[in-house]
Structure formats: C-alpha cells, structure tokens
Design a protein around this ligand. Sequence first.
Ligand code: PMV
Length: 371
Amino acid sequence: MITEKDFVFTTITNAIEKGNFQWSAPSNIALVKYWGKKDQQIPANPSISFTLNNCKTITKLAFAKKHFDKLSVTNNRFSFDLLFEGKPKEDFKPKIQKFFERIEKYCPFLRDYHFTIDTENTFPHSSGIASSASGMAALAMNIMSLEKALSRNFGTEMTEDFFYQKASFLARLGSGSACRSVKGSVVVWGNHAEIEGSSDLFGVEFPAKIHENFKNYQDTILLVDKGEKQVSSTVGHDLMHNHPFAEQRFAQAHDNLAKIKIVLETGNLDEFIKIVESEALTLHAMMMTSLPYFILMKPNTLEIINTIWRFRNETNIPVCFTLDAGANVHILYPENVREHVLQLIKGELVGYCQNGNYICDSIGTGAIQIL
Ligand code: PMV
C-alpha cells in the first residue's frame, strides 16, 4: 500500500537554474460528496466526481534558482510572486504560502527557487464557482513538472503513475477536492472497500469501464448566487465534528459509492438520479442540522429543483441536479437529450439565474500540460 512516505522527495539537487511550465486543470463536480475531514485533509468518507471540461484554471509557473546563502533566515523563506490575470494579487498569497508550508516536506526544493505564479480561470471570478479545486490542481501539476525535471537531471525517470499520483496528493493538501481534478473522467477519492486502489491520500481514476450513457455527460451550471461563500469549506467540514448525524452520513457515503459504482457500469440512469440528488440534499441537510446551522440554498435554488422534477415527470428525460456548498445548481444530463434540456434552461430556468448567467460544461479528461 502506498503511504505518505512514498511522496517525500529525497533526491538532493537543485541543478536547474530556471525555466517555466504551464498547466490547465479543470474543476470537478462531486456525485457522492466529501463533507467532513480529519487532520491533513484526510476525508471522513470517500467521494466520487465527474471531472469537468470547460471550467478550468490555467497556471504558469516560472522558476529561478535563488543565489545566496541557504542558511540565511530571510532567504530561506518561500519566495514567490502571484499574478491573477496578469496583475499582482496579494490576497491570494496567504493561501499559496500555506500550501507551500504543507507540501514542503514532500517537495523541499521549493525553498531553492523564486517562483512567479501566473494564473487565470476560464470562468468569471465572481461566478460563485469555487476555483480552489482547479487552482490547486493546476499549481500541483506545475510543481510536479519541476520535480520531474529535477529527478531527470539527477538521472531518475519518474513514472507517469507516480507523477499523477503525487500531483493529486499535493493538490489534496491544497484543497481536498482538488485531488479529484488531476485526472478524468470519473475520479474516486478516499478508501472504499469496493474500489480497487482507492486511497485517502489521492484521487484515482474510476477503475471499471464506464457505460456509454455517461459518455460526454453534460453539466450546465446555473449561477443563482454569485456572492461570496457564506460558509468557507474549512468551516463547513469542521461542522461535521460532533455532528449528531456524522456517523450515519459517513456510512451512507460508503453505501452510495458502492451503488453508484454499479450504476456507472450498467448505465442505469434512474438509479443515478436517485443517488446524485439524494447526495446533494444530504450535503445541505448536514449544513442545516449542524451547530451553527446554515441554509445555503436560495429561493431560486428550490425553484430550479422543482422545475427539474416537474419537467422530468412530464417528459421522462433523465435530467437531474446536484449542488455544492452554495446556491448554484449543476444540471446533469446525457448528451442525447441536450437540445431538450437546453430548451428548458433557455425558456424557463434562466429566469432563476443571477443576470441570466449559466455555464455549459461536460465531463472532461483532467489536467493538460501547455508548456
Ligand atoms: O475541497 P473543499 O474543501 O473545498 O470541499 C468541497 C466540498 C464539496 O464541494 C461540498 C463536496 C465535494 O465533494 O466536492
């Protein structure tokens, strides 16, 4: 079994002077939700997600070796500039600083370089779509490209498997769900008895063959509320400590993952809908029953859910919804009903979106190297 120790970088070298890498990494949408964690972003229960295709972060990492006494205290700090859409963005820096501190043990070479991190999202910043998953995944991929280059310089060729596994491992330490954004198209994160190779430490590609029904599955994100998150996910996960329903919830996630595994193999869309919608509502039920309690859905979130239910009853079109820790609604449906669902969205659901905004996405393949 792979343990944390396998990810500690031991090659002593910093022989590469400078260079740069660039990666894009997508967002992902959980079908069975991760909600609740232990220390070091170890999930309280396993989760599974669709990797998205269009909503992504593109990050360039330029690095230059520091040239001074490594023992000097000031020079031994992490050194990086952060640009968002080409402009310095000071308020993103503490998150990156914390990320570097968390992964330093596994990537000690980070202290040897000055970095310029240049990042942008393909979706609007204020859309209410969290960029932490795609952002941390894109940064982790770049760091792994550097590690791979350093290893190669030392005469060791890193395997593809290790590269992606450690990238997911690092991304997890940045933001839990980010570890599911490295690969596509369906990723499991967290130990599960029936998923071979699953781990609490990193995400793995769904190991069985996925039914044709899910090929190019669609996710249209209805932007109901673009405001700042009412509850950060850190606070949210914490609410599962001492939560009266925590144990049942964690057990339910294991059950739902076992069920959805079969659904993904057999293509049973009715079962898919039941599991996915129940998971979304359970996530929100956990928030409503914690102390303090929160309601993150807005009136328009409920309007959308009711409209989808009515439409599904009337047409038998297998469209369903899921939610993140916010008011926006992800509408999931097979590619062959796209036109019908888009008609519903344009004709009716758009009226519940803030400024009529929604984003069309679909299932994707994971991070892509650009440079
Ligand atoms: O990765 P975090 O800590 O932002 O948590 C994400 C939690 C949910 O989006 C609500 C569920 C999930 O599994 O993605």
